[in-house]
Design a binder for this molecule. Sequence first.
Ligand code: GLN
Length: 305
Amino acid sequence: MNDYNYILKQIYQDIQPLLGKGRVADYIPALANADRNKFAMAVRLLDGTQFSIGNIDETFSIQSVSKVLSLTTVIAENDEFLSTRCGKEPSGTPFNSLVQLEYESGIPRNPFINAGALVTSDQMYTNLNNPKKDFLRFVRDLSGNRELEYNEKIARSEFKAGFRNAALINLMKDFNNIENCIDGVLDTYYHQCSIEMNCANLCDTFSFLANYGVNPINNKKVISRSVAKRINAIMLTCGTYDAVGDVAYRIGLPAKSGVGGGIIAIVPGLLTVSVWSPGLDEKGNSLAGIKALELFTTYADNSIF
Ligand code: GLN
């Protein structure tokens, strides 16, 4: 077996020159002061063994990483969702782009760009009795951690400054692809993005995707094996926006990033690995985080290819 402690130490050393570099997601005012020198990384094997390094106790808002979790709740209920209301092809455009959406009549390319995540949140809003409460309960169950919370300050800050998301959802409403009231759906979406975790929580929460749909923490089936395969496939092809080609090339794992600087990646049948560092590259992915994952699959020799 790999010596993951040794591998993480090596990675931590190698990424040092990238710390302090990149840009933070200052379009969300509450994230403008994030410290680009911070870095944490965690690995969780399916048997629960954990390894970690760096600022491992620090929590951060998971942002777009939450899009995988909202999609999970939706496709468990609505298998036609990805053929009717949203596509599953890479967009080739930035995560918050409006351009493609008008050409494609309000049907987002995939559920992991903002437009697709907003339709997913709309479907979640239709499906759940109390969307914010029920979604938080779902994530707590996955993580095995009852303490996880929304960060109200971040959710509010993003709602106030979220002019692009407001534009995307209004355009989709005009195309009849939003069922519920816009403010309610935006509020749900911003809250899901604001959930705070540390890297170990991220690894726990996503372990069901490494374990073919069954949460290894409590042995509960979350989704079928086939749906787990599909979600991993969409992470591989759409999880890091218009950098997916580069990420598949360099890392070779299903992965999902967020502008809070967090990234989760899945090695099916083996482990989850998460990383956090707030300095972002020009595509909105953590600069040190992507490099760390590239080194991880190189040193541990465990990409899916
Ligand atoms: N909450 C962020 C937004 O809507 C999520 C984007 C991201 O993490 N890429 O812009």
